[in-house]
Design a protein around this ligand. Structure first.
Ligand code: ZN
Length: 215
């Protein structure tokens, strides 16, 4: 999940005396259209939690997320791994973001808080009350929209060591839980979006949504 978009492909130019080479750099995050984003991700076997293979996948997810100034969370299918794992960036847990009713507007933010890993997460409880919330996704670059989400969500999951935990949250974290659990079931927020805007950042997309629809 992200708070600001970026172009899907970057290009690097290298000039020398008489010629120039264009290198196309593929987006490290899988983009919409790839079947891995549409399948149901597989649960991680308990015996595999803590294994080198799973730890490597988690490390790749954290690295991909850290490279995104506006990324707040990532699910394993977004790096091409169809497994039930998502990671929420430490910066999303900053109290200042929790208090902010419009947290996804936040710009790049340094955080000393660690990233949180959720393995085999399940949405254990959802509030009845729903709210139309702004949303973006690292796998759908350049678009933003609004989705009806439950105001509060409780997730049951395992941590990197296989220890079970429960996390109950409203605001940004509860919102992220719902977006990331959808990824693990092959759902993109664009499937549920009430409104969509093409834009490179959420701030101006929000402005458009407000002008056009009053939300
Ligand atoms: Zn996403």
């Amino acid at each position: 999940m992200c708070a600001q978009g970026r172009l899907g492909y970057g290009s690097a130019f290298r000039f020398s005396k008489n010629y120039c080479i264009l290198l196309s750099v593929k987006d490290p995050i899988v983009q919409a259209g790839d079947p891995v984003l549409r399948g149901t991700a597989k649960a991680v076997a308990k015996k595999d939690i803590g294994s080198a293979k799973i730890n490597k996948i988690i490390a790749r997810m954290k690295k991909a997320l850290a490279a995104e100034d506006f990324g707040v969370a990532i699910a394993a299918p977004q790096i091409g791994e169809p497994l039930r794992i998502f990671v929420i960036a430490g910066k999303a847990f900053e109290p200042v973001l929790k208090e902010d009713q419009k947290p996804l507007d936040g710009g790049p933010k340094q955080s000393t808080l660690p990233d949180h890993v959720f393995i085999n997460p399940e949405l254990a409880r959802l509030s009845k009350k729903k709210k139309e919330m702004s949303e973006g996704c690292l796998s759908v670059r350049g678009k933003y929209g609004t989705v009806m989400r439950h105001e509060k969500a409780t997730v049951k999951a395992l941590d990197e060591n296989g220890k079970p935990f429960i996390y109950n949250s409203s605001g940004l974290i509860g919102h992220i839980f719902q977006h990331e659990c959808d990824h693990l079931d092959g759902i993109l927020y664009t499937d549920k979006a009430l409104r969509l805007e093409e834009d490179i950042d959420l701030k101006s997309a929000r402005k458009k949504l407000k002008e056009k629809h009053g939300v």
